[in-house]
Design a protein around this ligand. Structure first.
Ligand SMILES: *Cc1c(COP(=O)(O)O)cnc(C)c1O
Length: 399
């Protein structure tokens, strides 16, 4: 059988080059050798077992073991994504409850748990916006405004969704330059599809003009996409649905405790206002009761569903008061760090009251100029003390 399959391959498609040549593929020939090799790899993994992992806005939440235990239960880990629904009633109950919790937290009316990452949420959300314009007979709307301060995934997702990207400037404080936004929204008024904004911004500040910014976009017929990766500065204190955006994604692997940073699977659900609910991701195999859905944006109807018990347990254990307190403590911690370091290593961006949001950017460019010590050196020195280095040189080089 194997031979006949190989025979079927056209001559020109047959591989000529060597493959699997790395010695790792030819070194471990006994079970014990293999066992030791895998254990050596495991020992190189840096996790909560060894250290805190302060990856900027990303991994600021405790990945509690109690939240992760259910992931190992066969009831969650051994279900096929297309198992008949009469076998997945418990799963569906959890999914519905989690959707309702996330809708309440964001102040939106609909949630899709299909996207597997924040970036995939952006892509899905922009397709939802595109479909909304199409349904209103405005399919020509294809311009996406994106501020300079945006995470790289924003323009990448807009390009994937077939939109034309127009960059909006930021001012010296790191905020969106509202005058520039106004003029670009006017210039592209007829074709304006969406504006993507990260709130609080990647610069670590709450954009004070957020409501006005959303109004400007709406006046020109556009929709506002909020990148919710920094939602841990808002949960329980304020809700995107109350101040303007039409769609946002949540990084469950950032704000809601799914471990990441070591490269585990993520979840980037989107939440939408009621006028967009009927366009959420749907699925050709599983009827998700979505009328004009954009179709599937990942293979399984609820993405990486097996890790959803983590955010679900986190939200249930924390409760309303606990979630709010976690946000308050996150903001307090970031401001403590900013305040203590600022006299020695200037904090690059602050709000009008001299405060930051949930994270801050420490500027080491002056230190490099005067001493030659640069961000990589500080990162490596932190590692000497067992701390995984924080994000370096993003979004500003040398910080
Ligand atoms: C992490 C992040 C993203 C992308 O999310 P992924 O899950 O890594 O795809 C987008 N925007 C911001 C601001 C982020 O921090």
């Amino acid at each position: 059988m194997a031979a006949s399959v190989r025979e079927g391959l056209p001559q020109e498609l047959r591989r000529q080059s060597q493959y699997l040549t790395h010695k790792v593929f030819n070194s471990f020939h006994s079970e014990t050798e293999m066992l030791r090799y895998i254990f050596r790899l495991q020992n190189k993994d840096l996790s909560l077992v060894n250290s805190m992992i302060p990856l900027g806005s990303c991994t600021m939440k405790l990945n509690a073991t109690s939240e992760m235990l259910p992931v190992t239960w066969p009831e969650f880990s051994k279900i096929h994504p297309f198992a008949p629904s009469d076998q997945t009633q418990g799963y569906l109950t959890m999914i519905k409850r989690l959707e309702a919790q996330l809708a309440e937290i964001t102040g939106f009316q609909g949630v899709s748990l299909q996207p597997n990452a924040g970036s995939q949420g952006e892509y899905a959300g922009l397709l939802v916006i595109r479909k909304y314009h199409q349904k209103r007979g405005e399919a020509h709307r294809d311009v996406c405004l994106i501020p300079q301060s945006a995470h790289g995934t924003n323009p990448a997702s807009a390009a994937m969704a077939g939109m034309k990207i127009v960059v909006v400037a930021c001012d010296a404080q790191g905020n969106v330059d509202v005058a520039d936004l106004k003029s670009k929204a006017e210039t592209h008024s007829k074709n304006l599809s969406a504006f993507m904004i990260t709130y609080p911004s990647t610069h670590g500040v709450f954009e004070e003009a957020i409501t006005e910014i959303c109004e400007i976009i709406h006046q020109h017929g556009g929709q506002v996409y909020m990148d919710g990766a920094n939602m841990n500065a808002q949960v329980g204190l304020c809700r995107p649905g109350d101040f303007g955006p039409d769609v946002c994604h949540l990084n469950l692997h950032k704000t809601f405790c799914i471990p990441h940073g070591g490269g585990g699977p993520g979840m980037g659900p989107i939440a939408v206002k009621s006028h967009l609910v009927s366009f959420l991701p749907s699925h050709p195999v599983v009827n998700m009761q979505i009328k004009d859905g954009i179709g599937p944006i990942s293979a399984a109807p609820w993405g990486s569903a097996s890790i959803l018990p983590i955010p679900y347990v986190y939200i249930c254990l924390m409760g309303t008061e606990g979630l709010k307190r976690a946000t308050e403590v996150a903001i307090l911690n970031a401001n403590y760090i900013a305040h203590r370091l600022d006299p020695h290593f200037p904090v690059l961006y602050k709000g009008s009251h001299g405060r930051v949001a949930h994270e801050c950017i420490v500027d080491l460019r002056q230190l490099k100029a005067t001493s030659g010590v640069e961000v990589e050196d500080v990162a490596k020195r932190l590692m000497d003390y067992g701390f995984h280095a924080p994000t370096v040189s993003f979004p500003v080089p040398g910080t």
